[in-house]
Design a protein around this ligand. Structure first.
Ligand code: UDP
Ligand code: MG
Length: 320
């Protein structure tokens, strides 16, 4: 066995008491099979249930189990960021707490890592037991994101992945607030490859990503990796004023050279609505960017840790 920790597994959890013991059991089994030193870092993202107590009692019999407790709910993306800040392993694995990501895939990831790849992300070839709305909205989102950014962010890929220490060290230098972690991992680069899997149903409990949070994640993904929404204003503005001009010419022609009295009101009204709606939309997009600039300018810490268990607190540069 080696001296340091070889594998760190990060498990963000928010009200996961219904599944967490089973998750631990399956993960511990897989990690034991690797035969290397490892740590399981559970990040309690301000849960209101007993999942953190469950982890504490598991840690009494398994010293590989570690815990980061946030002072409140900071969100999934921040929770995995904190996990990376504290992880000590040569390879760091991120996995959901609800067993939608099968832990057994970690073996395949490790095999690729040993081949020399530095990021191994798990791409879903199929999703079981999720609503059609979630499937369709997710499929659309990943494709819109792909179209709107120049960075190659793989489609149908969540945060379930393995990263080499080199990648994690670079990730720790990124300070931005509204994070889309999987995009940032693509952004840092290194040699990346995929393993494929079928995403299962949640073992128990319900999704912690209601529509509002899904939209926030989409916005973070698109807005933090692309200026294209801003350019929309330029193109659409040109198109709209171009067609407005043509229409004006037509109206002038009709009044000057024909007898037809143009009724007017409906066309004015519709043009008015289209333009005003459009201006509001563009203002909203601008507002989103400005809000993000504001967030960055405040320079607040990404998260606040109430307590940790079994972790080297000096390791985390950010939490200092
Ligand atoms: N999660 C979290 N903080 C949150 C929301 C979710 O740490 O504010 C965790 C959650 O416990 C789970 C993972 O993030 O381990 C993914 O959440 P979920 O399974 O609810 O999302 P879905 O799979 O439905 O997209
Ligand atoms: Mg899930």
């Amino acid at each position: 066995m080696r001296e340091g920790v070889q594998y760190s597994v990060i498990i963000p959890m928010y009200n996961e008491e219904a599944v967490i013991e089973e998750t631990y059991r399956r993960l511990a089994q897989v990690m034991r099979e690797t035969g290397e030193r490892h740590e399981l870092i559970f990040v309690n993202d301000g849960s209101r249930d007993r999942c953190a107590e469950q982890i504490r009692s598991i840690s009494e019999r398994d010293s590989n189990v570690k815990l980061i407790e946030f002072s409140r709910n900071f969100g999934h993306q921040i929770a995995i960021t904190a996990g990376m800040d504290y992880a000590e392993g040569d390879a760091v694995i991120i996995i959901d707490a609800d067993l939608q990501d099968p832990p057994e895939i970690i073996h395949e990831m490790i095999a690729k890592w040993q081949e020399g790849y530095e990021v191994i992300y798990a791409q879903r070839v199929q999703r079981n037991g999720e609503t059609w709305f979630k499937k369709i909205s997710a499929a659309c989102f990943y494709r819109i994101l792909k179209l709107s950014t120049d960075i190659d962010i793989p489609v149908d890929t969540g945060d379930f992945r393995l990263m080499d220490r080199k990648v994690v060290s670079q990730m720790k230098r990124i300070t931005e607030n509204n994070r889309y972690v999987r995009g940032l991992v693509s952004w840092v680069g290194f040699s990346q490859t995929a393993v494929y899997y079928v995403r299962d149903e949640r073992l128990a409990g319900e999704t912690k990503y209601p529509l509002k949070r899904m939209l926030k994640l989409c916005m973070d993904g698109i807005l933090s990796f692309s200026y294209k929404p801003l350019k929309l204003a330029v193109y659409a503005g040109a198109l709209l004023s171009g067609s407005g001009f043509i229409y004006l010419m037509y109206v002038l022609f009709m009044t000057l050279f024909t007898d037809s009295t143009s009724p007017g009101w409906p066309s004015i009204m519709s043009v008015n609505l289209i333009f005003n709606g459009f201006i509001l939309l563009i203002l909203g997009i601008l507002g989103e960017y400005v809000g993000r600039i504001y967030d960055e300018s405040k320079g607040r810490p990404l998260y606040i840790v109430r307590d940790t268990l079994g972790l080297n607190t000096e390791q985390s540069a950010r939490s200092a």
